[in-house]
Design a protein around this ligand. Structure first.
Ligand SMILES: Nc1ncnc2c1ncn2[C@@H]1O[C@H](COP(=O)(O)OP(=O)(O)O)[C@@H](O)[C@H]1O
Ligand SMILES: N[C@@H](CC(=O)OP(=O)(O)O)C(=O)O
Length: 442
């Protein structure tokens, strides 16, 4: 049995639905189809999920909800009518509209997947398995056992199903929304619950590319990737695969493929365990990054003898609910890398507390930092590669503000200013593709 997840771009309109049907029908092992909400297309620049978020904002600001709701309805009805489907989606739309004033954020934002799933089930002639009936959460934790029992009951009664991604239900039956991009997680969890032979993630690119195609033209495709490499790349922001989607398939060692709905004949990227990945000549497997970090650096002379200082700093950051992405350290100093969106409106208050309450010698802040990671299994064996890249960036007049590399790590992270983000990715790609590293003994 295979689980096939189709992302928003694969279900954006009726033409995309037709492609999904051809793919589903071409392999009788594709028993489980998971869909996202209709996404962007050439005619529709906004994902249905984002329209639902706009609807919620309009509701709370008291601005025009009707216009946004009509837009969502039109998209859904257009797909239904162009495919001549006999499904009464009007009732679902009416129900959503009637609940607008009282419903939760999770309920409203999940309706894109619900509606798209209903349409896809009608189109394929498969059973619509509402995720609220089998994806069970116990507060923030996924209840694996309860979910396994429920999905197995559904599969015992129905050979082929369509399931909406991105949500499930809490124990009280209320809707539980996953993080953005969460349909990847739903698909991965379903593959794990059902011990699938393959998890297919269908999108609009023919696999994971070495670098973001919006930054590097004709970037090389990665043929085979390990779960660890995918985890690092996803954590660093490649949009194709949600970072929390790696764990379920990794734990059960379920091979995973990233494939292109628009070119199903392309081989895509296969994700496997490191033991199954043959070594290749590439020094870098992939490059990924994100803009907009803030770096808070604290200094204290002989910090190693004043551990309580560090403890105080951490408790300040905890009090302000700041998640820390990296903590590089130097002689008598520690830096905390945080997402700018999380700290910016609390920064002054945090600095005040750090300066007045923690007994530090100094606190320094650097804003608008982008992080770019080069990921490769080879880096753990040949850490000197990082130095070569650093040299190259330096020669390219890119001011590298920080470097994070741990001994056994499979990645090296470079901190640069936001303006140098795209240039840094392009340069590392060039370096990885065109420099001959084979002379360095492994
Ligand atoms: N390294 C990369 N390889 C492939 N695609 C990438 C990469 N980095 C960013 N992307 C972007 O991710 C997009 C696919 O992810 P997403 O928009 O979530 O697709 P879907 O709608 O199928 O869920 C691609 O269109 C591409 O622009
Ligand atoms: N629709 C949700 C969940 C998702 O996974 O979407 P996509 O497959 O289009 O990335 C989102 O936009 O976050």
């Amino acid at each position: 049995m295979k689980v096939a997840k189709f992302g928003g771009s694969s279900v954006a309109d009726s033409d995309q639905f037709r492609k999904v049907k051809a793919i589903a029908n071409s392999d009788s092992d594709r028993n489980v189809i998971v869909v996202s909400a209709a996404g962007k297309s050439s005619a529709e620049p906004v994902k249905v999920t984002d329209l639902l978020i706009q609807l919620e904002d309009a509701k709370s600001n008291g601005t025009d909800c009707q216009r946004i709701f009509d837009h969502i309805s039109d998209r859904v009805l257009k797909i239904r009518d162009e495919l001549n489907l006999d499904v009464n989606i009007e009732n679902d739309l009416k129900e959503i509209y009637s609940k607008l004033d009282s419903c939760s954020h999770d309920y409203l934002v999940s309706r894109g997947e619900y509606l798209t799933g209903k349409l896809m089930a009608a189109y394929l002639g498969y059973y619509f398995a509402d995720a609220k009936d089998f994806m069970i959460f116990d507060r923030e934790n996924f209840d694996y056992q309860a979910s396994e029992k429920r999905i197995k009951e559904i599969m015992a009664a129905h050979e082929y199903i369509v399931a909406p991604g991105f949500y499930g239900a809490n124990e009280d039956g209320s809707i539980h929304l996953m993080p953005r991009g969460g349909s990847d997680i739903s698909g991965s969890i379903l593959a794990s619950l059902l011990n699938a032979s393959l998890y297919e993630n269908w999108t609009d690119v023919s696999g994971i590319l070495m670098a973001d195609p919006r930054i590097v033209n004709h970037s090389k495709k990665i043929d085979v990737l390990t779960y660890d490499e995918l985890q690092e790349l996803s954590y660093m922001g490649i949009g194709v695969f949600q970072e929390e989607a790696v764990r379920p398939v990794r734990e059960k060692q379920i091979p995973t493929k990233i494939l292109n709905t628009n070119h199903p004949e392309d081989s895509g990227t296969l994700v496997v365990d490191s033991a199954a990945k043959k070594s290749d000549n590439n020094i870098i497997t992939g490059i990924a990054g994100k803009k907009n970090y803030t770096v808070i650096t604290i200094k204290k002379y002989q910090l190693n003898k004043h551990i309580e200082v560090l403890q105080n700093v951490l408790s300040v950051l905890q009090k302000f609910h700041i998640s820390i992405n990296y903590v590089p350290s130097g002689m008598d100093s520690f830096s905390f890398l945080c997402r700018q969106s999380e700290v910016s409106n609390k920064l002054e208050a945090i600095l005040l507390k750090l300066r007045n309450k923690c007994g530090l010698d100094s606190v320094e802040v650097n804003r608008d930092i982008a992080l770019v990671a080069a990921v490769s299994l080879q880096l753990s064996k040949r850490p000197a590669i990082a130095g070569k890249i650093l040299d190259y960036l330096d020669n390219s007049l890119i001011n590298v503000r920080l470097v994070i590399q741990e001994g056994s790590d499979i990645k090296v992270v470079f901190g640069v200013s936001n303006e140098d983000y795209e240039k840094t990715i392009s340069k590392i790609y060039r370096e990885a593709m065109f420099r001959d590293y084979k002379r360095i003994p492994a």
